[in-house]
Design a protein around this ligand. Structure first.
Ligand SMILES: [Zn+2]
Length: 85
């Protein structure tokens, strides 16, 4: 083991709404890099957010503590979110 932060959850913060497409796209790149670094692993969506079949959603699992996170894509006027499941 190296000396990096023991679990990525310590630096991930919940996001209630992305305020622009640019902000959301920057966040997608950030998550993509975390998956590339194996801090997060994409897993199947178990329960759709709000029971919605319209919103696009992805789930990730922390490879440190197994905490699950959900990313719900923005769909105007809904601004999307990133939060623990
Ligand atoms: Zn974690």
């Amino acid at each position: 083991m190296d000396s990096k932060i023991e679990c990525i959850c310590n630096v991930l913060e919940e996001i209630n709404g992305f305020h622009s497409i640019n902000e959301f796209e920057r966040f997608l790149v950030y998550i993509y890099n975390l998956v590339n670094d194996t801090d997060l692993v994409e897993i199947p969506v178990e329960i759709k957010y709000g029971g919605s079949n319209i919103l696009q959603e992805k789930w990730y699992k922390c490879s440190g503590c197994n905490q699950k996170w959900r990313l719900v894509y923005p769909d105007f006027p809904f601004e999307g979110l990133w939060k623990e499941v």
